[in-house]
Ligand binder design. Structure first.
Ligand SMILES: [Zn+2]
Length: 342
């Protein structure tokens, strides 16, 4: 009678076995649910729920069910305890197919931290990652910094946007709390962990830099795609790692000015960008076009939106033909071009 209202009972195929199964399921559910119903209907003491009575004094006897629940609680408590953190830098040999993202994930780090921890090995550019490189894996997110003679905790903390205390208090740095901030007695060449430190990506310097630039064409403030293809290859925009988008295509595809402006950089770049063009739009915005095969504009030249500035290539640190395209604002710094392109 009790189980008649159950929906499963109305199924035309119901048999005695079904009925028994339903009775069993309901009994199980009842034993797990809080005991809000009348206890008279469930005379068995082992069917009582152990959950609503946290005071051990009210539960003097250990029934098998209660013991099982107790064990589960202990297991959960143990799992939630944090593992002992790693304090030291470890080494990792880059294998075929490795990416900065994959390596970072393996060690629970942000991809930026892998780049910032291998600033020289990776030449400040995530595109240079290749099999056979030996990378430093920092114990925490932040920066690894090789100490130089004459530096102070203040100067290093300031350079990486953190505090002297954050560097001092990292146990893996093995620094004394009574150390002189101005002369911390750190051996030059020591790798120091700077927890939560940050590095700025390099700016566009190299032989192609034009120096001071005269006035010229001014942009209209809206931007167009700099090449006919609109699909991304390689890296997307990631702050502190790759502040640009890589647009796919073929060698020789035309590259055009995203907005009107004046050429302030045309030629080779020292930071792995290969042949580069930078346009200053006179509106507080600059756009950068890297890995070009050819450059068809020169310093100080005015260009107009949609006009040719060169062709797509794979010069510099590049694993295949693509356009590395950056947008930089005087106010916001480097921004994600996808938020500004139509
Ligand atoms: Zn790129």
């Amino acid at each position: 009678m009790l189980f008649r209202p159950n929906k499963r009972m109305r199924h035309p195929g119901a048999t005695i076995l079904n009925v028994l199964a339903v009775v069993f399921v309901l009994a199980s559910v009842a034993s797990c649910a809080p005991s809000t119903s009348s206890s008279a209907a469930t005379p068995s003491p082992t069917a009582e729920s152990p959950l609503p009575t946290p005071d051990p004094a009210i539960l003097p006897e250990f029934t098998p069910l209660a013991r099982r629940v107790g064990l589960q609680r202990q297991t959960t408590l143990h799992t939630n305890m944090p593992d002992r953190p790693r304090l030291d830098v470890i080494k990792y040999l880059v294998g075929t197919g490795d990416t900065l993202f994959g390596i970072a994930e393996k060690f629970g780090l942000d991809p930026q931290s892998v780049l910032w921890g291998n600033w020289d090995t990776l030449e400040q550019d995530p595109h240079t990652l290749q099999p056979g490189q030996e990378l430093n894996i920092p114990p925490v997110d932040g920066v690894l910094y090789e100490w130089s003679a004459g530096e102070t905790l203040y100067s290093v903390a300031k350079a990486f946007k953190t505090t002297p205390e954050d560097i001092l208090e990292w146990p893996g740095n093995h620094l004394s709390f009574s150390v002189d901030y101005n002369d911390p007695q750190i051996e030059p060449g020591t790798l120091i962990v700077i927890p939560d430190g940050r590095r700025d990506l390099p700016s566009f310097l190299g032989p192609g830099y034009c120096g001071s630039v005269s006035s010229g064409a001014i942009g209209n403030g809206s931007f167009s795609w700099p090449t006919s293809s609109h699909w991304l290859s390689g890296y997307n925009f990631i702050p502190g790692l790759h502040e640009a988008i890589d647009i796919g295509g073929s060698i020789g595809n035309l590259i055009t000015a995203s907005d009107s402006g004046v050429i302030v950089y045309a030629g080779w770049n020292n930071y792995g960008y290969g042949n580069v063009v930078v346009i200053d739009h006179g509106t507080g915005w600059q756009t950068l076009y890297a890995h070009l095969d050819t450059v068809s504009v020169g310093c100080g030249q005015s260009v107009f939106q949609g006009g040719p500035i060169g062709t797509m290539g794979t010069t510099g640190n590049s694993s295949g033909p693509h356009l590395h395209f950056e947008m930089r604002s005087d106010i916001w710094g480097r921004v994600n071009p996808l938020n500004y392109l139509p």
